[in-house]
Design a protein around this ligand. Sequence first.
Ligand code: PMP
Length: 394
Amino acid sequence: MKSSFSDEHLVFPTRYPIGIEIVRAEGVYLYDKEGKAYLDLISGIAVSALGHKHPRIWEAVQKQIASYAHVMVYGDLLLSPQRDYAKALCGSLPKGLDKVFFISSGSEAVELGLKLAKKHSRRSRLIAFEGAYHGSTHGALSVTGSQKLRMPFMPLLPDVLHLRFGVLEDLEKLDSDVACVLIEPVQAENGIRSASLDYFKELRQRTQDLGILLIVDEIQTGLGRTGYVWAFQELGFVPDLLLSAKALGGGFPLGAVIGSAEIMEKIAQKPSFGHISTFGGHPLSCAAGHAVLQIVQSDSFLTEVRNKANLFREQLSHHKAIREFRQSGLLMAIELHSKEDLHDSILPSFWKKGLMVDGFLFCPGAIRLAPPLILSSEEILSTCQKIKEILDPI
Ligand code: PMP
């Protein structure tokens, strides 16, 4: 029962678009044309951390739009929404991560991170990981760890090496020709895969010893998603560059690269304008994102996220249809025993029951759950009950 939805003029990047038209979204619910409610279990892929139409975001955006929406963001004018948000972001981070460059998306954050690494180190080799997703632009695709996605667009960036994620012996391939190692704290599109604390410790040590920049892609994991403001905080290392996007803009397009002044200011030197972006750090996105950070960084909010994550685990880890339940906070994968294509009938049965879920790019047998962090415990219990009822006959 794959979706046969198509549109006369719109192009979709998938052969199986869901095809449900959402006309309104509020709190943790999406509503279609017929008024049917769907519990949002994906948050626009880890974007809507506070759900939809959150009053604090709403207020911040209205206040900002009453002053101005867009003026010029190339760094010539001082924009208070950018300045205030950058200060708050750096306040949520360890020392050394104290300069922010705002752009518009995750892929663009990856592009800028790679460019900064090459310019800072004067080296060319880029190391990334099999199973990693870093974006769809040429540079970000070059470091994405899927041959299948990369092949049709070759040649991509030269001198890129993909290692196996979490495999200690592969770190022996690091040497002084390497500009940077780009890593996700949890491989999201690979179906929520983690690596050990020892692995991250060794990676940090080796990159430091060899003068390699360690870049962490927190585009999907940042802003409280894993139960920490930033996922690396749980893993016990501090990166040289932090990449963020998705939830960073509170539902509006925004990306950021954050690092030390020494590294970040290279983008303005020889030549200046080493990276510019017309909409980067858009005032409305900064105002909305700042409202999100103010809420998600509180200890009590983060404790609740971790408690909610535990509740999902308790409810879902022991069902006969589930091969493995993996999670990092409220970023979760339900991997099924079934070899059936999820799009045939499994995902449609979730949608029919009013649960908005989808799959992963690189993990065909797994269902993604990344609900708004504000989902209540009662909603989690009733959702898990519905999920189990859907999975019972599988
Ligand atoms: N990195 C990661 C870990 C991602 O999950 C994504 C988006 N799924 C990207 C980079 C690319 O972000 P964007 O789609 O905003 O370009």
